[in-house]
Ligand binder design. Sequence first.
Ligand SMILES: CC(C)(COP(=O)(O)OP(=O)(O)OC[C@H]1O[C@@H](n2cnc3c(N)ncnc32)[C@H](O)[C@@H]1OP(=O)(O)O)[C@@H](O)C(=O)NCCC(=O)NCCS
Length: 138
Amino acid sequence: MMQFRDIEDQYVEAVVALWTACGLTRPWNDPYKDISFAREGANSTVLVGMSDDRIAATVMVGHDGHRGMLYYVAVDPALQRQGLGIEAVRAAEKWLGARGVWKVNLLVRAENEKVRGFYEKLGYEVNPVLCMARRITG
Ligand SMILES: CC(C)(COP(=O)(O)OP(=O)(O)OC[C@H]1O[C@@H](n2cnc3c(N)ncnc32)[C@H](O)[C@@H]1OP(=O)(O)O)[C@@H](O)C(=O)NCCC(=O)NCCS
């Protein structure tokens, strides 16, 4: 079992490299800003799982006072399909459970439909909801 801990300054570059290797970064999302913002609040964090002193898995987790959310669920491509992804999601659920959160939501990009089987194995279901979003630019 990996030990998960809150991200620290010295891990930020490796975490962004992992997210890039996993295809999770997008030009319109600054991962450094995402990490800083998650670290600022009491209700969110980025958990990192270490294996042989290097970062093997991550999950950004937080809640808004109602539901939990997961983002940036990622496992080093060289270490995938060994159960580390399950450990990352369970670590985030534990983090939420310790804060009284009883339901967790997550978003899967339409082009990443292939990970659906991973989440289904963990007990996640597709909810019949329409996700709407808007950038607040002023
Ligand atoms: C999704 C991801 C985190 C899974 O991590 P992982 O360590 O490979 O997953 P696990 O080994 O814990 O998988 C457990 C089980 O989930 C299922 N599973 C995992 N990846 C799967 C996939 N791509 N498609 C279907 N089922 C999958 C399998 O049943 C697997 O068990 P098995 O290997 O015995 O068949 C990893 O593939 C990853 O980092 N992907 C790139 C980033 C990404 O897309 N993240 C999700 C954003 S929503």
